[in-house]
Design a protein around this ligand. Structure first.
Ligand SMILES: Cc1cc2nc3c(=O)[nH]c(=O)nc-3n(C[C@H](O)[C@H](O)[C@H](O)COP(=O)(O)OP(=O)(O)OC[C@H]3O[C@@H](n4cnc5c(N)ncnc54)[C@H](O)[C@@H]3O)c2cc1C
Length: 278
């Protein structure tokens, strides 16, 4: 399992200002600094980290990528609890961590380009079409079982229209993702298109979460984590069907979708610059 160590306190959107340093010392680098929001760092074996190897070059050109064994002496990880009650994000503290010279990826100073390449792939993937189709199916199931004003929520014309609109948007996004994956000719660079998919995909997933909560109505206030909910005794409470727990916890966590992988506002800046030359 791998973790991605890019962001630092003070270097998220402005990643080029990152300060974690790697200083060459014989046949290894000595790494010092701190990363933050590192997803699953506590469960990961290794991480790929962006580090500063040159303080004199232009900020982007002084950055390199290393791979680092997270069990190395000098690595400390600390969990950051998230609003859904889980702990998927971590702080990573690096103190005189020895990293063999051969664990640098590519040439010193090429980390910025590698980071951009990976982020572009992450942004394309974060449109997460498969999950959206799964969520749509789940929304239909929940809405068909939930009753309001004497009929199923699915039969409510306003709810049904919202659901159909969301379905069309997922379908349109799927075609856009396929166009990028098939490298269909485009006047716009792939990084700009990846940012479009990221913005659209993340907003759409948040919309699907909202629909799920709307389908549940007041029942959604039951903010159980799924793993807790299905512990002893839960099923004794027949007021709460199996599809209730976790929905609101997911809605709350999914606010992060428009932050991680590059915040929405920053994606819009990228689109403006790369696609429209603004
Ligand atoms: C759940 C989660 C998981 C994450 N996982 C990882 C991970 O595995 N690895 C990793 O390296 N990082 C990870 N991150 C970090 C993520 O990439 C950063 O949070 C993100 O890039 C934003 O940086 P920041 O938090 O420092 O916010 P800031 O950069 O401080 O931004 C704060 C606000 O200001 C806005 N803003 C900033 N600059 C501009 C600008 N130029 N124009 C307009 N608006 C601007 C932003 O849009 C945002 O709304 C994760 C974050 C979260 C929430």
């Amino acid at each position: 399992m791998w973790a991605q160590g890019f962001s630092e306190p003070g270097a998220g959107s402005d990643l080029a200002s990152l300060r974690t340093s790697a200083t060459l010392d014989g046949d290894h680098y000595l790494v010092n600094g701190q990363k933050i929001w590192t997803t699953e760092a506590g469960q990961s074996d290794w991480g790929f980290f962006l580090v500063r190897t040159d303080n004199t070059a232009k900020p982007q050109r002084g950055i390199s990528m290393i791979v680092l064994d997270l069990k190395s002496p000098g690595v400390t990880v600390r969990a950051i609890p998230t609003i859904n009650g889980e702990c998927s994000t971590w702080e990573v503290f690096l103190e005189d961590v020895h990293v063999p010279k051969g664990q640098m990826i590519g040439a010193p100073g090429s980390g910025w380009d590698q980071g951009k390449f990976l982020l572009s792939n992450e942004r394309t993937a974060s449109s997460d079409i498969e999950k959206s189709w799964g969520d749509l199916k789940r929304i239909r199931e929940i809405a068909s079982q939930q009753r309001r004003n004497g009929r199923s929520v699915l039969d409510d014309p306003v709810f049904a229209a919202r659901l159909q609109e969301a379905e069309l948007m997922v379908q349109a996004l799927e075609w856009s993702v396929l166009r990028v994956l098939l490298e269909a000719p485009s006047e716009h660079p792939v990084a700009a298109r990846a940012s479009v998919l990221k913005v659209r995909g993340s907003e759409l997933q948040q919309r699907l979460n909202e629909l799920m909560v709307q389908a549940l109505g007041a029942r959604s206030l039951r903010v159980y984590r799924r793993d807790e909910a299905f512990g002893d005794g839960f099923h004794a409470n027949s007021l709460w069907p199996d599809y209730v727990p976790g929905v609101t916890a997911d809605l709350l966590y999914q606010r992060a979708l428009t932050i991680y992988g590059g915040a929405r506002e920053v994606q819009k800046n990228i689109i403006a610059k790369l696609a429209f030359g603004l």
